[in-house]
Write a protein that binds this ligand. Structure first.
Ligand SMILES: O=C(CO)[C@H](O)[C@H](O)COP(=O)(O)O
Length: 182
């Protein structure tokens, strides 16, 4: 039985104390086996990795059919072409700006160009699919990712859990970065 760092029970308890949307990012192989499990937790948005399934189109379509928003995440070395035939079953796209696995890694600079290229591709296809970025999102990277076309930013140790400041200070500072008031 696979283990989850923050598993279904954690999400269920979180659902009980907030009405805000809950996004779950599955960094696991064969996520198609876990769609129903996570739907039952009350998650609103489910992200899967393009590299983790041989049935990307079907898995994204199943997430939508289960009533959740479907997100696809791409590791840094995964080309944007994997999205070519799934745009119609994707609600948001996550560009990993570090390799998955650990907090506190260095941002990979080539990802600015990848975000900008994806933003241009979406514009050319007249698709309004938001780009989310995950990995080392902080003062040095959020403004540049935003200029490149990112709309959502995953908070970690580089932003909302930055050591040395309170959670409130970090959240306020991150919101200012995202809103461009820095
Ligand atoms: O997905 C992740 C790692 O797999 C983390 O969300 C991300 O790296 C957090 O970034 P940081 O702690 O550097 O701000």
């Amino acid at each position: 039985m696979p283990n989850f760092t923050l598993g279904p029970d954690f999400i269920k308890r979180t659902r009980e104390i907030t009405t805000k949307p809950i996004e779950v990012h599955l960094m696991i192989e064969q996520p198609e086996h876990f769609i129903n499990l996570f739907r039952q937790t009350g998650a609103d948005r489910l992200t899967i990795h393009a590299e983790a399934t041989t049935n990307l189109q079907g898995t994204l379509a199943s997430i939508q059919a289960a009533g959740m928003k479907a997100g696809v995440a791409l590791n840094p070395a995964t080309p944007l072409e994997v999205l070519d035939y799934v745009y119609d079953v994707v609600d948001y796209i996550v560009i990993m700006t570090v390799n998955p696995g650990f907090a506190g890694q260095a941002f990979i600079p080539a990802m600015y160009g990848k975000i900008a290229k994806l933003s241009m591709l979406l514009h050319e296809r007249d698709l309004n699919i938001p780009i989310e970025v995950d990995g080392s999102m902080g003062a040095a990277t959020i403004p540049k990712c935003k200029v490149a076309g990112a709309r959502y930013f995953i908070g970690g140790t580089s932003s909302v859990y930055h050591p040395g400041k309170t959670l409130t200070e970090n959240v306020n500072g991150t919101q200012m970065l995202i809103n461009g008031n820095n």
